[in-house]
Design a binder for this molecule. Structure first.
Ligand code: NAD
Length: 476
């Protein structure tokens, strides 16, 4: 079996031991072995990244832009092959996975442009004989810790701006999806990045993740609320810059006046595609009385017809969930829902397919209240609840009654309600007649309340996290 090593200071380095990566669509399919770095190796990686800072930030913006461009081109050229690898290790469908690789390519292309657009300001001083200049410096060594559900796009939207603005990187992918991260690293290594500028250290959160936190100048994290909170605490203790994107309990409001087919499409796509394993998935469907019964019936019928199978099989609409632990968690929440009195309109069960995998059919709960545990906690699987409400005001109030605030959507033909919702929903992303999941790569991304901490990611706003503003006074 091929051993995939860590990448430290421009060398491929074996770790202390290795983990085996398994295909969730077929647990007999072993993707490869991936080295786990030791704490000392992480410290080495941080040291190498620190040494490389002066050289990298001294590269002209054109040189850095060209390198990001090379990475983008390679990702585009290999999107089918890398998409297949991604689908194999994560379980999303081939089409979704190829789309994710293309997204990563677009992100590198976008930041290749941003690299040369970096600017500042020149102002007159309030005193005579002085000029004032406001410019942006790199932050330094950036630690990047990512989850498994978008194993190439999330690393891309952190690595690309970090490199674009002159930082060096120590990157730790999720334990469940090291193959996409390793493939991306190989591409970056061959794209002209000087040694030490980009480092890959694979392994567990408590060992490798913590060692990163102990040494870097800034940390950008995406993952669960629990891990995010502990990372923010540690980063704050060290007084380093931190950005954390975490979970959601995203509402989709459906009003009586909604276009019916649009509402059903938004609910099914937003809640269940990619097996509900999206931080922006609609897990609370908040539906007004007049449309409720018809809507539930139509969603249930669509769910019955969904093709759940091997991620790489033609015709599959939803692949397996990512692993046994996630499957157990999803089933545990189904039990919790039933115990708290929710009714299963569509009941989720484990499924047998040609190959052994973590196949789970969707669950649609009805007769739920917003106070139930299934409507308070992130489940992260193909499980959604319908909450019946009398009118728009009650819907908005329930939509906002959550500790999260990542994405929220409304299906309505009323301009008045659409505008009011956009202005008053307490979330970072607001969707009108669209699923709560599904985003552009060139605009800011992030949430409010318990979903996010720190500066926004992506688009032009990324510059705020990856640079430090300097104000210079010059006697003239
Ligand atoms: P997770 O928190 O378990 O792990 C995320 C990363 O943190 C992994 O690389 C893991 O190894 C690392 N980690 C774990 N413990 C650590 C520790 N003590 N110190 C340092 N690092 C540690 O999350 P997951 O299960 O991989 O991903 C699913 C979660 O990610 C969901 O909650 C989902 O909502 C969230 N997510 C959020 C967004 C967003 O942008 N808001 C996007 C995708 C996923």
């Amino acid at each position: 079996m091929t051993l995939h090593k860590n990448y430290i200071g421009g060398e491929w380095v074996a770790g202390v031991d290795a983990s085996v990566n398994i295909n969730p669509s077929d647990t007999n399919d072993v993707i490869g072995e991936f080295s786990n770095a030791s704490r000392e190796q992480v410290a080495d990686a941080i040291g190498e990244a620190r040494k490389a800072l002066v050289k990298w930030s001294g590269y002209t913006t054109q040189m850095r832009s060209d390198i990001l461009s090379n990475i983008s081109i390679e990702l585009f050229n290999r999107k089918e092959e890398l998409g297949e690898l991604l689908a194999r290790e994560e379980g999303k469908t081939r089409a979704e996975a190829i789309g994710e690789v293309a997204r990563a390519a677009n992100i590198f292309r976008f930041f290749a442009g941003e690299t040369v657009r970096i600017g500042g300001e020149k102002l007159a001083s309030v005193r005579s004989g002085i000029d004032v200049e406001v410019s942006r410096d790199p932050v330094g060594v950036v630690g990047i810790i990512t989850p498994w559900n978008f194993p190439i796009a999330i690393p891309a939207w952190k690595i690309a701006p970090a490199l674009a603005f002159g930082n060096t990187v120590v990157f730790k992918p999720a334990e469940l999806t090291p193959a996409s991260a390793w493939a991306l690293t190989e591409i970056i290594a061959k794209a002209g990045v000087p040694e030490g500028v980009f480092n890959l250290v694979m392994g567990s959160g408590p060992i490798v993740g913590q060692a990163i936190l102990d040494g870097v100048d800034a940390i950008t994290f995406t993952g669960s609320v629990k891990t995010g909170r502990s990372i923010v605490q540690r980063a704050t203790e060290r007084m380093i810059r931190v950005q954390a994107e975490m979970g959601g309990k995203n509402p989709l409001v459906v009003l009586d006046d909604a276009d019916f087919d649009t509402a059903v499409f938004c609910a099914v796509d937003g809640a269940f595609f990619q097996a509900g394993q999206r931080c922006t998935a609609s897990s609370r469907l908040v539906v007004t009385d007049g449309i409720h019964d018809r809507f539930v019936e139509a969603v249930a019928q669509r769910l019955d017809k969904l093709v759940i199978d091997h991620a790489l099989k033609a015709g599959t609409q939803i692949g397996p969930v990512v692993d046994q632990r996630q499957l157990d968690q999803d089933m545990r929440y189904v039990d919790i829902g039933i115990r708290e009195g929710a009714k299963c309109r569509v009941a989720g069960t484990t499924l047998k397919r040609e190959t052994p995998g973590f196949y789970l059919s969707p669950t649609l709960f009805v007769d739920t209240t917003n106070e139930m545990q299934i409507n308070r906690e992130e489940i992260f699987g193909p499980v959604a609840s319908v909450i019946r409400v009398k009118d728009y005001d009650e819907a908005l109030s329930i939509a906002n009654d959550t500790e999260f605030g990542l994405s929220a959507g409304i299906c309505t033909t009323s301009q008045k309600h659409a505008r009011h919702f956009q202005a008053n929903i307490q979330s970072g992303l607001s969707m009108l007649n669209l699923p709560t999941a599904g985003l552009d790569y060139h605009v800011p991304f992030g949430g409010r309340k318990g979903s996010s901490y720190g500066a926004r990611e992506q688009g032009r706003y990324a510059v705020d996290f990856y640079t430090i503003v300097k104000t210079s006074y010059l006697a003239v």
